[in-house]
Ligand binder design. Structure first.
Ligand SMILES: Nc1ncnc2c1ncn2[C@@H]1O[C@H](COP(=O)(O)OP(=O)(O)OP(=O)(O)O)[C@@H](O)[C@H]1O
Ligand SMILES: [Mg+2]
Length: 313
């Protein structure tokens, strides 16, 4: 069963439609990247899943539980990290976590162990006795994530968790999310930037002005948009090998174009991903010494610009 299911969700604020007829299914263990410019409707959608906003029409379910009918049950299943969190005066890091653990009715004798675990996971053990307001922004962000983990939720709803972080902190944050993914959590994470999420999200959805424009695996989206993939093939041996390969591949089905420069080939391939091994064996079977056969990384920024018109609600 899907871990998150959104059905025909529409949310309007007076005459503004923030989210329009949204349909999304996210499976257990998926890391879903929810991408869109300012005002796209990301926060609105996440708040509906977090039971903080009611849909105008449509439904949403977390692990099969209806967010409108059973919000309390849904809250036990989710860890929600808002895009903005308030300041807490005179509260130490461990007290902050203890407060939330208590709110989740975790018994006193279990809290210390849990707090130790989440502090270690988020690399904040040394800050246990520090006051929350003394933490840097990146540390506060990690503390906020630690807070969402105290009740061991199945689903994490993270609204732009990496915004305002420096490049190093972003990389560390990503590593932390990967660790959570490895623990089996289902993660729903929003961002303005596709490349930031693409390398650890297995699925993404791109929103613009309340509409979901595309959703699916990153590689599928890239292929759909660019109408194909570019293969970088390098051969060893004499330079003539390049010319031989060029000749062999002209007329091969599902190849739109081949260019050769010495022993380096660039192939524009429009076929299915699953048929790539056949192409490779075709080359090798004809005696060509293939040293590398790789799909060129897509320029995700370019893809993002193609998908969105840059319209801000
Ligand atoms: N409480 C509200 N009342 C009225 N309009 C709202 C409210 N909250 C959001 N909106 C509007 O709904 C639209 C979607 O907002 P939302 O916050 O969901 O976008 P977002 O994708 O999270 O944007 P950002 O990247 O800036 O965080 C925007 O046009 C916004 O102005
Ligand atoms: Mg937002």
């Amino acid at each position: 069963m899907a871990m998150i299911q959104i059905k025909d969700l529409t949310k309007t604020y007076r005459d503004l439609t923030a989210v329009r007829d949204l349909n999304l299914t996210i499976e257990k263990g998926d890391v879903f990247g929810f991408i869109g410019p300012n005002g796209a409707g990301k926060t609105t959608t996440i708040k509906v899943l977090a039971t903080l906003l009611e849909p105008s029409t449509g439904q949403a379910y977390v692990d099969g539980v209806d967010v409108v009918r059973n919000p309390l049950e849904v809250r036990r299943l989710i860890g929600y990290m808002p895009d903005f969190f308030g300041v807490y005066d005179d509260v130490k890091v461990w007290e902050y976590l203890d407060f939330f653990a208590a709110a989740y009715k975790i018994p006193v004798n279990k809290r210390k162990g849990i707090i130790d675990d989440v502090l270690e996971l988020t690399d904040l053990t040394v800050k246990r006795e520090a006051y929350v307001e003394s933490l840097s922004r990146g540390m506060k962000q990690r503390l906020c994530l630690a807070k969402t983990l105290v009740h061991d939720p199945k689903v994490l709803l993270l609204d732009e968790p990496a915004s305002g972080l420096d490049p190093r902190a972003r990389i560390e944050f990503r590593a932390l999310l990967k660790e959570l993914q490895a623990m089996g959590k289902t993660i729903f994470v929003s961002s303005h930037i596709l490349p930031e999420l693409a390398d650890f999200c297995n699925v993404v959805g791109i929103m613009e002005r309340g509409n979901l424009i595309v959703a699916g695996r990153v590689s599928d989206i890239v292929q759909k948009l660019e109408g194909g993939i570019v293969l970088d093939v390098r051969l060893t041996g004499e330079e003539e090998n390049g010319a031989r390969a060029l000749q062999l591949l002209q007329g091969y089905p599902e190849i739109r174009d081949v260019r050769a420069e010495g022993n380096h080939l660039e192939i524009e391939y429009t076929g299915a991903h699953e048929h790539l091994p056949q192409l490779l064996s075709h080359l090798v079977g004809n005696g060509l010494p293939v040293a590398t056969f790789a799909q060129r990384a897509a320029d995700l920024e370019d893809v993002f610009m193609k998908v969105t018109a840059g319209a801000v609600q």
